[in-house]
Every structure is written in structure tokens, then in C-alpha cells.
Design a protein around this ligand. Structure first.
Ligand code: URP
Ligand code: ZN
Ligand code: ZN
Length: 474
């Protein structure tokens, strides 16, 4: 019997801490050896000369097959989303399981697990979305689920039907504190958005571009500050997701200055898209409708500064795909009447890593170790998967993306492998591309070809995250 199942030979390994030349020996799905020359005693050898060997991407913010309103269908099911993720150099994704109003959490999970079963090319683990925090949900269901490995949940301060009132937010935060779970917060002020939307509609301003006008920076800044203050009252760590601009970043910096555990995430759309993208001819702007909306160049600069200086712990896609040319997607009959009805969200799981690698690493804004931290290691740490996931170390799962750092490409829909019919990054020239994606020692994508099966992915129960430990303040 060979010493290894697979040796990846001759590449440059980069982790969140180090960069070094090493072979990687893999046995039984795990990393078994790292050394300059592991020889050739393996069932399979991959030559990685001139390539980077990185921990597989972990995208901890994706939406797959999530109910999105009457007649609206998300563009991805689990097979298409995880296939697309694998082509984008990801080995784990973390979608949201939505609790619909009146629904029990177990019931929601049962349905969601059934959708994912046998349909995943990469590993998956779910966050819950809490939309109906009844006393049963918070007193019984959620604590039991945290014990079962569902150790994070998201709350919304916006979207009618999802937004929680401040008291409900406090109740969910208190439950997170009790159970040791991580809370993710979507911070936008629901009432302010509703007010502005009504004003815009009354003035006949209904085109997709007014989606951005209806959700200005102040709406996000205020909600970010409020979420932080509510979390401080309860003494619970929180993660503010999809932060889009400098004023929201200032709130996070302010909180950290007070010693609070406030973590933050940003996404590709806030680095390379702007509000102007929503101003397309006819309904084209609908392709870019997401919340918070892309802003302006000053906001992009602020997000880059946040990535460079450590304000952002994680960089996720917020992949939430709807087909554009489809009455069940962006072009619903109602969506044509007002931006208010255009489904929120854009595809991005397959392009997240290339955007940050090219704009960040290749252009010298961040180094490769920070790239790994932002796209993999910190996700594993934040959500209770580390060190099984998120690094290249002896004993860790052999989740690896092999990158060609010199490969130049122009992003286009023709290169994508998901269910959407467009990419918001069409035409963006990038340098650096993931060529091979390996999940627990088995290639899913090899040299740009799909070689894995849709039952390759496993469901991952998670530990409580050390990031979610309270500070014992009150
Ligand atoms: O527009 C977005 N971001 N849609 C996805 C849902 C969310 O708020 O994360
Ligand atoms: Zn959100
Ligand atoms: Zn999202």
C-alpha cells in the first residue's frame, strides 16, 4: 500500500501565518505530512510547480434555495451552488436555513437538509435565520440546536417579514449569550427604508437604481450602531455582515475601541461595484440589486482600508442568485413596477476569491497570508470549524485549492457553473485563478474540469466558536 493517497508536489503553500515551499501528503482525507520532498510513494501525484497551495475557500455567507417570496425562485439549488463554489476554489459553504414565520426551527432544518442531501460537491454547514423568536424558539429549540452543532444564527433589522424589533433583537442576543452561539446581524433600518421607498414611489422613482437611493449609508450606519449598542447591553459578541461603507466601519472601530467583541464581514460587491451599476438601461440595473447596495468609490476605499487594517475579519460573497431574464427572478411583473419588488441579491460564490486575489493580492493591497485569513481561516475560527477546516496543517481536512497566480482571465457568464444567467462581475479582468479544488483529499475540480460527484460534500456540525465567548461584562 502506498504511503499517501495523494501528494501535491512542488507548490508554494500559504496559510494565514506562513508561506513556504512544501509537498503536501494526504492520507484518509487529511493532511498527513508537509515536507520539502515527500518522494512519490502515493496512489496519485499532482504536480503543483509554479502554483499556490491554499486552504480551500470557506464562504460563510451564501443563500441557496432560500424561499424568497411568492413566485420567486432562487437560481441555485444545492448542486448548482456547490458546483459553482468548487469552481471558485471553495471547499466549504455555509448557507442560511430560513425559519419562516410560525415555523419551528427543526421543521425548517428538516426541509433544508432534505434539499442538500446528496446534492453537495463541497462541504456545507447551516446558519439559522431567526424570523420568529417565540419563547419556545428561544427557550427550547435554539439551545438544543446549538448543542447539536448549529452554533450560529442570523437576524435581520430590515426586510418586511424578517426584521426583528429591538426587543426581539435583545431576546435573541440574550439567547446567544446563554448558549454561546454567534449572531450575525444584517444592519439596515427597516422603517427608514420603508419611509424612503414610499417617498420615492410617490415621486414616480421606481427604476432599479432607486433601490440604492432608498437605502443610503445613514440607514446602514444607524442600524450598525444600534446593533452594537444592543449587543453591548447584553454583553454578547456579534458579527456585522456585508458592511458596505466607511461610516458603518467607523461604528465598528468605535465599538472595538470600547473593548467590545464586534466582528465584521465585507463582500466583493463593495470593492468593485458602485451604485452607478444599478443605473442600467431598462431593467438591467436589477442585476445589481442587493442589500446593502453597492455605494461609491469613497466607500470602496473605506472597505479596502478595513480589509488592510483588520477591521474586517472575513470576506464572503453573500451569494444570493436570481436569474435576470426570468419572471421568477429579477424580472418579475411586480419587479418591473418598482425596485421595491426586485428580489434582493446577486450571484458571487464562484468569483469571490478571484476578485480579492486579483484586486487585493496581485495589486499589492494585501499579502497572500491575509488573503487566506480573510477567505478561509477566519471563517473556520469564527464559526467553530477550526482547525479541522481553514488551514494546511497536519491532521486538518485536506481541503485545498491550487491556484495559478499568473493566470489572467476576464470574468464572464460563459465561465460560470451556477444556476444564474449573469454575473455582476462581467468584464472584470483578473489575475490569479483556482485551477484545482480538493475536498477532504479528493479532487472535485481538476485543471478546470469537474471530476467530483454531487454527493462528495458532507454536512458539518460545528463547535461553539471562541469568537462568541462573552466578556463577562454584565
Ligand atoms: O441582497 C442581499 N444581500 N440578499 C441576500 C439576503 C441578505 O440580506 O443577506
Ligand atoms: Zn443580509
Ligand atoms: Zn446574505
Amino acid at each position: 500500500m502506498a504511503a499517501f493517497d495523494l501528494i501535491i508536489k512542488g507548490g508554494t503553500v500559504a496559510t494565514a501565518a506562513d508561506t513556504f515551499n512544501s509537498d503536501v501528503g494526504i492520507r484518509d482525507g487529511r493532511i498527513a505530512a508537509l515536507a520539502q520532498d515527500l518522494g512519490s510513494d502515493a496512489a496519485e501525484i499532482i504536480n503543483a510547480n509554479g502554483k499556490l497551495i491554499l486552504p480551500g475557500g470557506i464562504d460563510s455567507h451564501v443563500h441557496i434555495a432560500q424561499p424568497s417570496g411568492p413566485g420567486i425562485v432562487m437560481a441555485d439549488d444545492f448542486a448548482s451552488a456547490t458546483r459553482s463554489a468548487a469552481f471558485g476554489g471553495n471547499t466549504t459553504v455555509m448557507p442560511f436555513c430560513l425559519q419562516e414565520k410560525g415555523q419551528g426551527l427543526r421543521q425548517a432544518l428538516k426541509h433544508y437538509h432534505a434539499l442538500a442531501e446528496g446534492q453537495c460537491y463541497v462541504d456545507v454547514s447551516f446558519h439559522m435565520i431567526i424570523s420568529d423568536p417565540t419563547s419556545t424558539v428561544l427557550g427550547q429549540e435554539l439551545p438544543a440546536l446549538v448543542d447539536d452543532g448549529y452554533t450560529s444564527f442570523k437576524v435581520f433589522m430590515t426586510y418586511e417579514g424578517l426584521a426583528l424589533a429591538d426587543k426581539e433583537m435583545l431576546e435573541v442576543f440574550a439567547c446567544a449569550r446563554e448558549t454561546g452561539a454567534m449572531v450575525l446581524v444584517h444592519a439596515e433600518n427597516c422603517d427608514a427604508i420603508r419611509f424612503l421607498t414610499e417617498q420615492l414611489e410617490a415621486a414616480g422613482r421606481t427604476a432599479p437604481k432607486y433601490h440604492a437611493t432608498s437605502r443610503p449609508i445613514a440607514v446602514e450606519r444607524e442600524a450598525t450602531h444600534r446593533a452594537i449598542s444592543l449587543a453591548e447591553l447584553v454583553d454578547v459578541p456579534i458579527t456585522i455582515v456585508h458592511v458596505s461603507n466607511g461610516e458603518a466601519i467607523d461604528q465598528i472601530r468605535w465599538a472595538r475601541g470600547r473593548g467590545l467583541k464586534v466582528y465584521a464581514e465585507t463582500c466583493p460587491q463593495y470593492l468593485v461595484l458602485t451604485e452607478k451599476d444599478l443605473d442600467g438601461l431598462n431593467m438591467e440595473g436589477a442585476k445589481y440589486v442587493c442589500s446593502p447596495p453597492p455605494r461609491d468609490e469613497e466607500s470602496q476605499d473605506a472597505c479596502w482600508a478595513g480589509l488592510e487594517t483588520g477591521v474586517f475579519d472575513i470576506f464572503s460573497s453573500d451569494h444570493c442568485p436570481f436569474r435576470y431574464d426570468d419572471p421568477a427572478g429579477k424580472l418579475t411583473d411586480k419587479g418591473r413596477t418598482s425596485f421595491r419588488w426586485v428580489p434582493n441579491g446577486i450571484p458571487g460564490v464562484e468569483t469571490r476569491l478571484q476578485v480579492l486575489f486579483s484586486e487585493g493580492v496581485a495589486k499589492g493591497r494585501i499579502d497572500i497570508n491575509k488573503f487566506v485569513a480573510l477567505t478561509s481561516t477566519n471563517h473556520a475560527k469564527m464559526y467553530g470549524l477550526y482547525p479541522r477546516k481553514g488551514t494546511i496543517a497536519i491532521g486538518s481536512d485536506a481541503d485545498i485549492a491550487i491556484w495559478d497566480p499568473e493566470h489572467e482571465e476576464t470574468i464572464s457568464q460563459g465561465l460560470m457553473h451556477g444556476g444564474a444567467d449573469y454575473t455582476p462581475y462581467e468584464g472584470l479582468k483578473v489575475k490569479g485563478w483556482p485551477v484545482t479544488t480538493i475536498v477532504r483529499g479528493k479532487a472535485v475540480v481538476r485543471d478546470g474540469e469537474l471530476v467530483g460527484e454531487a454527493d462528495a460534500g458532507e454536512y458539518l456540525p460545528r463547535e461553539r466558536s471562541p469568537y462568541a465567548a462573552t466578556q463577562g461584562r454584565s
